[in-house]
Design a protein around this ligand. Structure first.
Ligand SMILES: Cc1cc2nc3c(=O)[nH]c(=O)nc-3n(C[C@H](O)[C@H](O)[C@H](O)COP(=O)(O)OP(=O)(O)OC[C@H]3O[C@@H](n4cnc5c(N)ncnc54)[C@H](O)[C@@H]3O)c2cc1C
Length: 455
């Protein structure tokens, strides 16, 4: 237990993206409530805390956590609204409706599709306003060493730092994960063209909502509104063989000619063609990767933990990756505050048991989301194993059936209740129950990242 007169517990958050900044705020929130002093340093490799372009669709599970931090109204002030529809799935050729997934966005706590830059700016501003952490830039963490009581971080500029706990929030290419695990990002077989256009510039819009996904064999075109519905976020997915995408990166610097988008979406209905007309002449072209499920998220006796894409990078087909990283941060914040305030419950006996509780609560749900994201992408493009030999018309009812209920468990699970049940002794039961839930066709391949350092 840390008393108020003691040195604060030092935490190093590696990576100042959505996961890293949310986790910083969650730890600060829970530790402040518990009255335990912590000092958090965030080490970001880039020269500024910044996200470029593009939107991110936060589900209500993520929005709920942002409200619990007391900044929900700020989120709503820049988020778009989905006018009652998460997504309407439509045929690519004539926009006929396949299925509509409803949402309630009339309440204060609601779905929040927003610009990534607005979300990151808000999180950074709140970290600064609350003095939740010291934010560092141009600090690329290369590796960590176990010093016994603490961990030493080594940065690319040859500087070092020390902390009692290091949280690796350094994304899909995580240097920290790579230190402990032998695996690599996996190419999904898909690339995505991405862009944002002003909604006011659309020449026509025949639908009630701006959340639409047009589905075809091997391609799907997704749009949703962000920025108070002033902007339309576009992600246009195409399946490509590996040899055709060797030059495509997971990066905003990877662009293409708009002609490629027209070519890949030839035959799509008029609203899609009108959207492509408005995309920049050199849209961003993104390689979609995820990772294999990882069954260990903590190392060095719990002094290093992984969070967000570093522990469970997933494909974007449920719009859930950022939300899952926030769930990680919320649970880790709760567990850490209980450990540091000297809870006598057995899970808080050491940092390692606390890390294990965090993993027990989060891993089954994150991995289910990871697997279901793959399966969802395969369904939208009619590539699930049982759809491969079916024609377009035969696949339509399968899309409707598989998609109608798929998001419920992502949005509606009571995270605090799961945490409290695990803390109070039901972790095993929860893990089993969650992993047993089926993940429809196209589940994640077998094979776990091989841990090279068990501790
Ligand atoms: C096309 C696409 C669409 C998506 N759409 C959605 C969506 O609609 N909804 C949703 O919830 N999710 C979506 N996602 C997923 C979401 O973007 C990620 O799950 C989320 O950003 C993960 O956050 P993170 O903080 O773990 O990682 P990141 O956002 O990748 O942040 C990692 C941070 O760490 C920094 N960093 C990396 N290495 C180091 C290092 N060695 N040292 C220091 N700093 C380092 C990086 O610069 C970065 O700032 C989408 C993803 C893609 C690719």
């Amino acid at each position: 237990m840390i008393s108020k007169t003691q040195e604060p517990f030092r935490i190093a958050v590696v990576g100042g993206g959505i996961g890293g900044l949310f986790c910083t705020l969650a730890i600060h929130h829970h530790c402040t409530e518990a009255g335990v002093p912590v000092h958090i340093d965030v080490y970001e490799q880039a020269s500024q805390y910044k996200e470029i372009g593009a939107g991110v669709g936060l589900g209500i599970n993520a929005a709920r956590l942002i409200h619990k931090l007391g900044i929900g109204e700020r989120l709503n002030s820049f988020a778009g609204y989905r006018t009652g529809v998460w997504i309407t799935f439509r045929r690519y050729d004539n926009s006929g409706e396949i299925v509509t997934i409803p949402v309630n966005d009339n309440e204060t706590i609601r779905q929040a599709p927003c610009a990534r830059s607005d979300l990151l700016d808000m999180l950074r501003s709140v970290v600064e306003e609350r003095k939740a952490a010291t934010l560092h830039t141009s600090k690329k963490c290369m590796k960590v060493d176990d010093l016994g009581q603490t961990v030493r971080l080594h940065f690319a500029d040859s500087s070092v730092a020390e902390a009692n706990l290091v949280i690796g929030c350094d994304g899909i290419h995580s240097a920290l994960r790579n230190q402990f695990v032998v695996d690599k990002p996996i190419f999904s077989g898909q690339i995505a063209y991405r862009g944002v256009i002003p909604i006011a510039s659309l020449p026509s819009w025949p639908f009630e909502s701006y959340s639409v996904l047009w589905s075809a064999k091997h391609r799907h075109f997704l749009v949703f509104p962000i920025a108070r519905n002033e902007q339309l976020n576009i992600v246009a997915f195409v399946t490509k063989p590996e040899n055709e995408v060797a030059d495509v990166k997971e990066s905003w610097t990877s662009v293409c000619d708009r002609k490629d988008v027209y070519a890949d979406f030839a035959g799509f209905d008029k609203p899609v063609q009108e959207i492509i007309d408005l995309m920049p002449e050199q849209p961003s072209k993104w390689r979609l990767n995820d990772r294999e499920p990882l069954n260990r998220w903590h190392y060095f006796d719990g002094k290093v933990m992984l969070l967000g894409d570093a522990s469970h990078a997933m494909l974007p087909h449920l719009g859930a990756g950022a939300g899952q990283s926030m769930e990680d941060g919320w649970v880790l914040g709760r567990a850490l505050s209980e450990h540091l305030s000297g809870s006598t419950k057995r899970h808080f006996a050491s940092l390692e048991t606390t890390a294990q509780l965090y993993q027990d609560v989060r891993l089954p749900r994150a991995q289910k989301t990871q697997a279901t994201s793959r399966a969802a992408g395969n369904t939208y493009e009619m590539q699930a194993p049982d759809m491969l030999d079916l024609g377009f018309e035969e696949c339509i009812p399968l899309i409707a059936k598989r998609t109608a209920e798929r998001m419920k468990w992502v949005w509606e699970e009571d995270l605090d209740a799961i945490y409290e049940r695990a803390r109070d002794g039901e972790a095993q039961k929860i893990s089993e129950a969650t992993t047993k839930q089926s993940v429809d066709a196209g589940a994640i391949p077998t094979g776990q990242g091989e841990a090279i350092a068990a501790k």
